[in-house]
Design a protein around this ligand. Structure first.
Ligand code: GLN
Length: 251
């Protein structure tokens, strides 16, 4: 029996800027290359996010306007999504979607959008947009340090709760807020990040981490994913990392 993962993509028609949809294409391909089925389902306005249905959730980025259009609906899905992650579902949230997984996002207008309180953080928009290439050092599994390279473009400054786990340490770029040297947020198998690009084509290890977590939920045990020939992806990360390093520090 061919294994599969069920993926729920939240608001693809509203939160999908800077080619974030490319992350779904990478997850689908890297699953297919390993003979893993990829049951892709969208979860739009007014549609239920059944916590027992999905092994992996994804939400992309968006401008304040689109965030305001989806935030009230996302709030109605909050309990189901928190329950799903508590039950082992994986989650990747990018930028605008990442901000709405925290407690709230206060945009440039000063209007405060409710988040779902899944990730231990809140976000407040500042005057200056934080734009440019970013390089992070991550350690999602103890002892396995990996780099992430991507591109950020956000007004939001995200502040993690005391003791909350970031996605990674900023090597170059602004990160969550340009002050505390960390980027993104993690809660169990749920990850939030500002990194666009899209993120996964140039960071295949993270795509595999998410596929592994999703399959572990489906099968009840961590799978042994065979390595893939990632020469092209690795060179893409090198180019992105070099651009970030050339940018220097955080400001
Ligand atoms: N509107 C949010 C901000 O400006 C998120 C932007 C995005 O998703 N790139 O911070």
């Amino acid at each position: 029996m061919k294994p599969k993962i069920v993926v729920g993509h939240l608001y693809p028609d509203y939160l999908n800027i800077y080619a974030d949809r490319g992350n779904i294409a990478v997850l689908e391909r890297r699953a297919a290359w390993r003979g893993i089925g990829f049951d892709y389902r969208t979860i739009g306005l007014g549609e239920e996010a059944n916590p027992d249905e999905h092994d992996l959730y994804y939400v992309g980025g968006g401008q304040d306007r689109e965030q305001a259009l989806v935030a009230p609906d996302l709030a109605t899905k909050g309990e189901s999504l928190r329950e799903a992650v508590a039950g082992g579902a994986a989650f990747l949230a990018v930028c605008g979607g990442y901000q709405l997984l925290g407690r709230f996002y206060r945009g440039r207008s000063g209007a405060e959008l409710p988040g779902i309180g899944l990730l231990p953080q809140h976000t407040v928009a500042g005057e200056r947009r934080m734009i440019g290439d970013v390089l992070l050092e991550c350690e999602l599994e103890p002892g396995h340090r990996r780099t992430l390279a991507g591109f950020e473009n956000h007004a939001g400054r995200t502040y993690l709760d005391e003791g909350a786990e970031p996605l990674g340490r900023v090597v170059a770029g602004f990160g969550n807020n340009g002050e505390d040297g960390v980027e993104g947020s993690r809660f169990g198998s749920a990850l939030g990040t500002y990194l666009h690009g899209p993120l996964l084509p140039r960071n295949p290890w993270l795509a595999d981490w998410l596929i592994g977590k999703a399959l572990a939920r489906r099968l009840g045990e961590p799978p042994d994913l065979e390595p893939l020939p990632d020469d092209f992806e690795s060179s893409a990360q090198r180019v992105s990392a070099e651009r970030a390093r050339a940018r220097g520090g955080r400001f």
